[in-house]
Design a protein around this ligand. Structure first.
Ligand code: PLP
Length: 410
């Protein structure tokens, strides 16, 4: 977001105009920013054979998926529905990795039938896979390295009591199953959590992954998952992607030399690719002074952006209706009948009823976690590309709330 001709703009398009044209609340995505992030990641790993598998769950609108495909990424899907969305968006099965957790084997079968690589995350499923497919279908194994990483316990998935992956302590057992069924293990995977800051965590994961990889003869890739941290406020420390790229690439090259084969290195970023591109535009309905604080009540809430309440996530907020004048301290809250604080004690240019606020970092886990709680419609989504705005999802309507409900005689 930049200030251009006295307006907050993206790609030269004033965000106020987007709010006027599509009404609020509306999610707006800067497509150029997504392409920049893809390029930055590719750049950081230019010396190794790196493949990006965008974590679909972060933002799964099919136009975003199509943009990723045009940018040359693959995808990681965590449900069979996401697999189908990715196919619908034009990805070929070979570009899709399916990383399920606690799903019925029927979904695994469906994924295999669709030609998608499966990332197996528990021992019973590995045996089931062996019984059903033997060595006829290549697979990936998700290992849990037991590294504590990530900004919040809800997004840290690599620790000892995490439900994800097969414990690295069970590697011997895994190897017995691999041998017994002559499994075709093409890749090994770790994903330790979200909001990982530095190269050290990736390098720690890498060491564990390399140790495990030495036990497998025919690997084609190692998958390091996602979790790169992005900036949320001015001065925030973010992942130094160039530094991570340099250090991890070097370790990876050394491992490949020892392994005797040029493997691919995979990453599955969600946040890194789409967090900063997104803005949720909302309207100030009420400015309400109380003895404790001045609330700004907006026409959205935890139904549309769950992260502040779910993860205590910080989202920057800007009053895009007002460029100058004094700042005041506000607590921005939603219209949901439940405490739904979006941002507490923030300095904003003086807010008046009807002003439009932009909530930043709303691209990842924003719309994809939105619901109809309080029977509100989910917002529209708009993608900005090459200086033009494209509606990529209509706002819901009353019919959408009634869809699938059955009226019965009572
Ligand atoms: C959620 C998830 C990711 C993406 O995590 P980010 O923090 O958004 O980068 C990657 N891989 C797997 C398996 C995931 O579940």
């Amino acid at each position: 977001m930049e200030i251009k001709n006295q307006q907050y703009s993206i790609q030269g398009i004033p965000l106020l105009e987007i709010a006027r044209k599509y009404q609020t609340p509306v999610y707006v995505y800067d497509g150029q920013k997504i392409l920049q992030q893809v390029a930055a990641l590719k750049n950081a790993f230019s010396t190794v054979n790196m493949k990006i598998k965008y974590a679909t769950k972060a933002l799964s609108n099919i136009s975003i998926l199509q943009l990723m495909r045009k940018a040359g990424t693959g995808v990681d899907a965590v449900s069979i529905e996401e697999v189908k969305l990715c196919l619908h968006a034009g990805f070929v099965p070979g570009d899709i990795m399916y990383t399920p957790n606690c799903v019925d084997f029927e979904e695994i079968r469906e994924a295999v039938d669709l030609g998608v690589m499966v990332n197996v995350d528990n021992i019973p499923m590995l045996e089931h896979f062996g019984t059903e497919y033997g060595n006829s279908v290549p697979l990936c194994i998700r290992l849990n390295p037991h590294i504590l990483a990530g900004g919040n316990s809800k997004i840290s998935v690599g620790h000892i009591d995490s439900k994800f992956g097969i414990s690295i302590l069970q590697l011997k057992h895994v190897l017995k199953i691999v041998e017994a069924y002559e499994l075709n293990v093409a890749g090994l995977h770790v994903h330790t959590g979200s909001d990982i800051l530095d190269a050290e965590v990736f390098l720690k994961g890498a060491e564990i992954l390399f140790d495990a990889a030495r036990e497998f003869a025919d690997l084609e890739f190692l998958d390091f998952g996602g979790g790169f941290k992005v900036g949320y406020k001015d001065g925030d420390i973010t992942t130094d992607i160039a530094d991570v790229g340099q250090k991890v690439s070097k370790a990876f090259q050394e491992f490949c030399k020892e392994y005797g084969k040029e493997l691919e290195i995979w990453f599955e970023p969600g946040k890194f690719l789409v967090s900063e591109c997104g803005y949720l535009l909302v309207k100030a309905n009420v400015v309400k002074p109380t003895p404790a604080t001045t609330f700004v009540g907006v026409d959205s809430g935890l139904n549309h952006l769950l992260r502040p309440m779910m993860y205590d996530a910080y989202h920057g907020v800007v009053n895009i209706s007002k460029l100058d004048g004094p700042e005041r301290v506000y607590t921005i809250v939603g219209y949901i009948c439940e405490t739904d604080t979006i941002a507490a004690d923030r300095k904003l240019k003086e807010v008046k009823e009807g002003d439009i606020l932009a909530i930043k970092n709303a691209g990842a886990y924003g719309y994809s976690m939105a619901s109809n709680y309080n029977s509100r419609f989910r917002p529209a989504e708009v993608l900005l590309m090459e200086g033009r705005d494209h509606l990529i999802r209509r706002r819901e309507t009353f019919e959408d709330l009634l869809r699938n409900q059955e009226s019965i005689e009572l």
